[in-house]
Design a binder for this molecule. Structure first.
Ligand SMILES: Nc1nc2c(ncn2[C@@H]2O[C@H](COP(=O)(O)OP(=O)(O)OP(=O)(O)O)[C@@H](O)[C@H]2O)c(=O)[nH]1
Ligand SMILES: [Mg+2]
Length: 256
């Protein structure tokens, strides 16, 4: 048996989180957000009756996916479990994080509650550390308005370096703008420059040492800077995932 990319640990890990597409041109979009921010409402607005639910492989966490078309593109939307962070403190956080990191969605939309933006931006910043292709959706804008909260969308967009779209998902407001933004991002007409946290010299030096080794092993498929930071954190779930890749590789080499 030859060692093909299909039989390596990297491919197996990717397959674990890969979303089954109806056809290869479907564009996979992850929908992340804190609990109760309107993710499912937005998911229902966008996908209507074209939905399927099941479970994430090996987990009791529900996996809802649905499709919709906009212009000449078809999108496959994945409603991720509601989480406050991606630190993998719970099975929901682990699923959301592993999907964003290993499932390679082309875009991740972070739905935030505009009435308590500060808390919600924590998750958005974590997602923006993993991937460049992020859209921040400011939902519950009606509630924010009722509470006298006003948000300067342009300033927020400039600071975050990714598109920010205000919505009232319950009334379908902002959905068209969101679809158009996804479309333009896929077409390469919108370029992002996500705000990234910078760490002290000690950590950055460690990243410089670890990242090339990860690149040698994993190639360009994953965000190796982010993985290096997790290793420095001593993040057990990520260490296990990387061990899984290495063990499976060794196993395949024996089989060849
Ligand atoms: N006022 C207002 N209510 C909204 C809006 N979007 C969603 N809701 C309501 O907020 C509640 C929560 O919405 P869901 O779509 O279930 O939120 P979720 O993020 O999927 O929640 P979890 O899956 O439990 O994390 C529901 O009662 C919705 O009708 C909005 O823009 N404005
Ligand atoms: Mg939901």
């Amino acid at each position: 048996m030859g060692l093909t990319s299909q039989s390596t640990g990297i491919a197996l890990l990717k397959n674990k989180f890969a979303i089954e597409k109806k056809h290869k041109d479907q564009i996979v979009i992850g929908l992340a957000g804190n609990p109760n921010t309107g993710k499912s409402t937005l998911f229902n607005n966008l996908t209507g009756l074209n939905q399927h639910t099941g479970n994430w492989p090996g987990k009791t966490v529900t996996n809802a996916k649905g499709s919709f078309s906009h212009k000449d593109k078809e999108f496959l939307l994945v409603d991720l479990p509601g989480t406050y962070s991606l630190l993998a403190n719970s099975v929901e956080e682990e699923v959301a994080r592993d999907f964003i990191c290993f499932g390679n969605p082309e875009i991740t939309i972070v739905i935030t509650d505009a009435t308590c933006l500060e808390r919600n931006l924590n998750l958005a910043l974590q997602v923006m550390e993993i991937t460049d292709n992020v859209i921040v959706c400011l939902n519950l804008m009606d509630e924010a308005k009722r509470k006298g909260i006003s948000i300067n969308i342009d300033t927020l967009e400039k600071k975050l370096g990714v598109p920010v779209i205000p919505t009232v998902a319950r009334d379908g407001i902002g959905t068209e703008e969101l679809k158009e933004t996804m479309y333009k991002m896929v077409k390469g007409e919108i370029k992002t420059k996500p705000l990234r946290l910078s760490y002290n010299d000690k950590i950055e030096n460690l990243v410089k040492k670890i990242e090339p080794k990860l690149k040698d092993t994993l190639g360009d498929s994953f965000n190796t800077r982010w993985l290096a930071l997790r290793l420095i954190d001593g993040d057990k779930a990520i260490i296990d995932s990387i061990k899984e890749i290495l063990n499976i590789n060794k196993f395949n080499e024996v089989e060849v």
